[in-house]
Design a protein around this ligand. Structure first.
Ligand SMILES: Nc1nc2c(ncn2[C@@H]2O[C@H](COP(=O)(O)OP(=O)(O)OP(=O)(O)O)[C@@H](O)[C@H]2O)c(=O)[nH]1
Ligand SMILES: [Mg+2]
Length: 221
């Protein structure tokens, strides 16, 4: 792994301040907030919780597990020095897990769609997809749900996770297909094990949260 740039170091140090804020089984349990919120969404088992743990350099901040369906509520994590919280990460339960009963699936799809459509402080959506599967129908449906807000300025990026499971050629192909599927939207390879894409993603999250102070010119620590 190449050494981090100064901007990457600052973004990673900021992400490392993450701490558990709250758990919301339903939307009405979410605290009102005006802080920029960045949501991690995607199929069950795509690697959302692992990605949050990797970004924040904390082993067990978000619950990651081999068992799909591990994350069952919206979990919020605060970022920034104590008392100076300046952004929030949201870990969402995954969709598409076959063993979940129909009614629960529908309920969850509704909660998630409502969250994505109506959460006022939502600044950006990170859509995680297993690089070996690419964007599935369910992921495309999610992109449709957020499209009006994206047209209105909501940022989004697709992360193709577990890129360590692909060889170079397969990874390049997965990336170009994902770029086509997101109509030129931003997509990038990510691996929690090899740290591929980690620095870029950290800087991107910093920039979403601090549009007035991009990471290329981080404030003094
Ligand atoms: N090889 C590899 N495995 C990964 C990577 N990221 C996640 N995994 C594995 O994938 C499995 C699922 O990861 P989670 O982070 O729990 O997935 P999730 O998207 O949060 O899943 P739900 O909470 O069920 O929606 C775990 O066994 C992880 O160790 C990665 O970059 N590389
Ligand atoms: Mg999870």
């Amino acid at each position: 792994m190449t050494p981090l740039s100064e901007a990457g170091k600052a973004a990673m140090a900021w992400l490392h301040t993450a701490r558990f804020l709250t758990e919301a089984p339903q939307l009405q349990h979410l605290p009102d907030s005006t802080l920029p919120e960045i949501a991690f969404v995607g199929r069950s088992n795509a690697g959302k919780s692992t990605c949050i743990n990797t970004l924040t350099q904390q082993k067990r901040l978000a619950f990651a597990s081999k068992t799909p369906g591990r994350t069952q509520s919206i979990n919020l994590f605060a970022l920034g020095k104590q008392g100076l919280t300046d952004a929030v990460l949201a870990d969402l339960p995954g969709y598409g897990y076959a063993a979940v009963p129909q009614a629960a699936k529908r309920r969850w799809q509704e909660v998630m769609a409502n969250y994505l459509v109506s959460r006022p402080n939502l600044r950006a959506v990170v859509l995680l997809c297993d690089a070996r599967l690419g964007l599935t129908e369910l992921d495309e449906a999610l992109l449709q749900v957020i499209r009006p807000r994206v047209e209105d300025g909501l940022a989004f990026r697709v992360l193709l996770t577990k890129a360590d499971k692909l060889n170079r050629q397969e990874a390049a192909k997965a990336l170009s297909v994902a770029r086509l599927q997101t109509a030129g939207g931003s997509a990038q390879l990510f691996s929690a094990s090899s740290k591929l894409g980690l620095e870029e993603t950290a800087i991107q999250i910093w920039d979403w949260a601090h549009p007035e102070a991009p990471a290329a010119a981080p404030p003094p620590a």
